[in-house]
Design a protein. Structure first.
Length: 270
């Protein structure tokens, strides 16, 4: 997987990191300030980028990105390119998978990571929110998970409800997997349970059945997209073995098994 980092993010992250060390900040200015008078704009820009890239590695900021991606080795071979760029604010930080409509393999897939330079400079890249989104991305490109975005399209009340239920159950699975890997500082199971109660309660499903269903998902690490979709469509399936429900659905389904057939694979808000 080829990793590309936006030069603007590199420059801002270096500046923020050096602000914490007066001697480093002074040294950086000694390297950068003489470049401003350079008359040739392309040469000046190239020189700036070279200096900031050198400092980016010197400060170990590149290692944060490498360490973050290394948490999901299953992405290797399934993503061709990783683009790391600046997020305007923390609320805009995200991880998503992009693929063209004709994508039938890994060559055209891009993993886009948006983070603030402040986060990168402070060594907080591997935070709970980004780890959740990275795991969602890993699921999306995992053939065994068998993600199909087309299953979650539509704007009818019924389709919106199924989509909400699906995302709640997926969040529950991701949360538990990260917890077992000891990669969460502040789990949000209570928030997920409240969201599940809102999503499934409208169907008249008893609270204890909802809790039991979510707990079942939390105990498993092999739930697939068809499993989640089946339970989202029929809440009764939450209280029976998910694998059996998925098998029954698969035996009666004639839908194609393509993985990606769209421009953007959005992740649920976590």
């Amino acid at each position: 997987m080829r990793v590309e980092i936006d030069p603007v993010l590199i420059e801002k992250a270096v500046f923020f990191a050096c602000r914490e060390d007066a001697s480093a900040e002074c040294e950086l200015h000694k390297a950068v300030d003489p470049l401003y008078p350079v008359g040739d704009a392309p040469r000046r820009e190239e020189a700036f980028r070279a200096v900031f890239m050198q400092w980016f590695h010197r400060l170990g900021l590149h290692g944060q990105i490498a360490d973050f991606l290394a948490e999901r080795p299953e992405l290797e071979g399934r993503i061709a390119r990783c683009l790391v760029r600046e997020a305007p604010a923390e609320r805009d930080e995200s991880v998503e998978v992009l693929a063209p409509p004709s994508d039938t393999g890994n060559a055209a897939r891009t993993l886009v990571i948006q983070i603030t330079p402040q986060r990168l400079a402070s060594g907080r890249m591997s935070c709970d929110a980004l780890r959740r989104e990275l795991l969602h991305a890993a699921d999306i490109v995992n053939p065994r998970f068998a993600f199909r975005r087309d299953d979650l399209l539509g704007g009818s009340p019924r389709e919106n409800l199924v989509r909400d239920r699906y995302h709640v159950l997926w969040r529950a699975c991701v949360e538990e997997r990260l917890l077992r890997e000891r990669r969460l500082e502040q789990p949000v199971f209570d928030a997920i349970q409240r969201a599940a109660s809102r999503a499934f309660g409208g169907a008249g499903t008893p609270e204890e059945v909802i809790e039991q269903g979510v707990a079942e998902f939390l105990r498993r690490d092999d739930v697939t997209h068809p499993d989640l979709l089946a339970a989202a469509r029929d809440p009764v399936l939450l209280c029976i073995p998910i694998a059996a429900a998925s098998q029954a659905k698969a035996e009666t389904s004639s839908e194609p098994d393509d993985l990606l057939s769209h421009d953007t694979l959005p992740l649920p808000v976590v």
